[in-house]
Design a protein. Sequence first.
Length: 295
Amino acid sequence: MKKISNFVFWRKPERKAIRFLDVIFALTLAAFNLVMKTKKKAEWDERIIKQSNKQWGDIIECMAIRPMIFIGLALVIGLLPSAAGAKGSPALNACQASLNTCNADLATCEGDLAASDGFVDNGDGTVTDVRSGLMWEMKTGTVGSSVICTSAAVCPDPHNVNNVYDWADTNFAVFVRQLNNTCDGDPTITCDSDPACGVGDCCGFACHRDWRIPEVGREPGSIELEGILSFAQGSCGDGIGACISPVFGPTAASSYWSAMTCALDTSFAFGVSFFNGFVFCNNKFTDFVSARAVR
């Protein structure tokens, strides 16, 4: 600003001065915003802490009250022993007795399961492998001389332990067809002739129509037939008879068919020996071998 005579002249501030003022203003504004944000955050933190303390107080109060309510109700209805020194209410004693019986039954069941190598007799002529979930056919009769089954007329009972088949008759013509297409109560009646199978009966062995010959653990099959071998039983366990749990009923100590064809020669199919536990190939056309179905 200069004074000339009696007049005062204002001069426009320099550009550098304007920039300096802008910087000062921006810094002041930023500091103000920071202070306000800090203040608001502190207020919110205080509100959150108060709310959290209230919630925890409610939880602790609830945890303290609920057990007291339960104990009070239990005393009222007689579930806890009385103050007079009684052993317990009738309801509690009955519950304890039932629990003891249940534990005893469970121990018996576990013992039976261990003794049978993990197989359960279903009471309908079938056995379930609790490990794989497969259901197996039980055999009947007494092990004796083999009977070559070329038709259902020759072997009307498909469960007879002495039945033997060639591979084609086992899988298609005779054995599996008898299981899936005859009445459970009378295998001489076919489902084609009497689909209802009479009152109280059903079509298919054990009321199932998906029975088949098991696989063996050779490509591309799965371990099934050899999975029921027991090397603690029969001739595999320094005894006599078949290498299988007794829960399966009578079993010939010989070979049983699988559904798997031998890759090296398709005229042969795999079988499992229940005499020594070996898996080997039998001729599909000239060998007559036992069969056990699975589903």
